[in-house]
Design a protein around this ligand. Structure first.
Ligand code: KG4
Ligand code: ZN
Length: 338
């Protein structure tokens, strides 16, 4: 097992990549649907499925072309089969199954979060096992102990909105468009994070490693109802304050879990790991508390197929195989042994 084709279509990115040995990226192609969904302020599932259908074959072909290889030179196929939008997942899965059927290549289904956890293994110096991982995406916010590839224990998770959802819903409320995280990140750079007092939820140790972000969203709603949607510097200050409320909770709870679990290596992954304040805050916390922080480059934090190929490689090496009856699972939790 060496050269794996990864296919990802769980949300609004159609992606294909070819990775060797779970470590070396030969090609990594992502077709974003941001323009399709921007006017709705969020992903419209049916539009996502249709865009995946249009994009998936050209994206897979581009991944093969850029890697300079043919289907006959692949050793296996990895495809995201959970969790995500079911219609979107099915497009990538049907494509993967069709390729497996005509080539006879082995195929495995990959849990999307296992993919995010594997993105860091495409970097020159990945974290050793065991380590702590903070997964922060549009759909998930979890603290996870990673004992080995596919051997993970979830320590805590969000009880309501994910961190990415908090960014996206906050941005929508402020009329900033979709996806909101990137816009808030950019505007916050010139803002004062202490300008507006917003709540930090679930910081007490009695809440364990769980998170909650829906109260913050409501606080922003009340603030905007009282003052109106600001512009210019006041908008930058509000974005910086909102972002700081999310980032501070993520950093404080992660450093507490690292200390308690006795883990000196911490990775941050998922789309929100692209956030500049979170990256800086985690690195500063690691320097203070003496743990090493690992964060993929921004393009490998957001959805991509290289991470799916990397995760799938380890499953294929372990001998795991899916049949052509592999099913999509829209809400499957991260398996303890993936
Ligand atoms: O991992 P991802 O691409 O898709 C899911 O698995 O959900 O994460 C997407 C999320 C979106 O909520 C998006 O707003 C957020 O990641 N995001 C960011 C940044 N870039 C993407 N949030 C904050 N700052 C960013 N720079
Ligand atoms: Zn994701």
């Amino acid at each position: 097992m060496n050269r794996v084709l990864g296919i990802e279509s769980s949300c609004d990115e159609t992606a294909a990549a070819i990775v060797e040995g779970g470590r070396v990226v030969r090609s990594d192609v992502v077709a974003s649907q941001n323009e399709v969904h921007a006017r709705y302020g969020g992903v419209v599932p049916e539009l996502a499925s249709r865009a995946h259908i249009l994009n998936v074959v050209p994206v897979v072909q581009a991944a093969l072309d850029r890697a300079g290889c043919t289907l006959a030179e692949l050793d296996g196929i990895a495809v995201t089969n959970a969790p995500g939008l079911v219609g979107a997942l099915l497009v990538g899965m049907q494509t993967a199954k069709a390729i497996a059927w005509v080539t006879g290549l082995p195929i495995v289904g990959v849990h999307h979060l296992q993919g995010h956890l594997s993105a860091i293994y495409l970097e020159p110096e990945p974290p050793p096992m065991p380590h702590l991982a903070l997964i922060v995406s549009g759909g998930h916010t979890s603290l996870v102990r990673v004992n080995d590839h596919g051997d993970v224990v979830e320590l805590g998770r969000t009880r309501d909105d994910a961190a990415g959802e908090a960014f996206d819903k906050g941005a929508k409320l402020l009329g900033l468009g979709y996806p909101g995280g990137v816009v808030i990140d950019r505007l916050a750079r010139t803002g004062d994070p202490k300008a507006v007092d917003l709540p930090r939820s679930m910081l007490a140790s009695t809440h364990g490693d769980d998170f909650s972000f829906s109260g913050l969203k409501t606080a922003l709603l009340h603030h905007v109802r009282a003052t109106g949607i600001p512009e210019g510097q006041v908008l930058a200050d509000l974005c910086a304050s909102y972002q700081a409320a999310i980032v501070e909770v993520l950093v404080r709870k992660t450093r507490r879990a690292a200390r308690r679990e006795g883990l000196r290596h911490v990775q941050v992954c998922g789309g929100v790991a692209a956030n500049s304040a979170l990256r800086a805050g985690m690195l500063a916390a690691g320097a203070e508390d003496d743990f090493r922080v690992y964060i993929p480059p921004p393009a490998r934090c957001t959805d991509n197929a290289a991470m799916i190929a990397a995760a799938g490689y380890h499953l294929l090496v372990r001998g795991e195989r899916a049949g052509l009856d592999l099913d999509a699972s829209p809400s499957a939790p991260l398996p303890r042994r993936a």
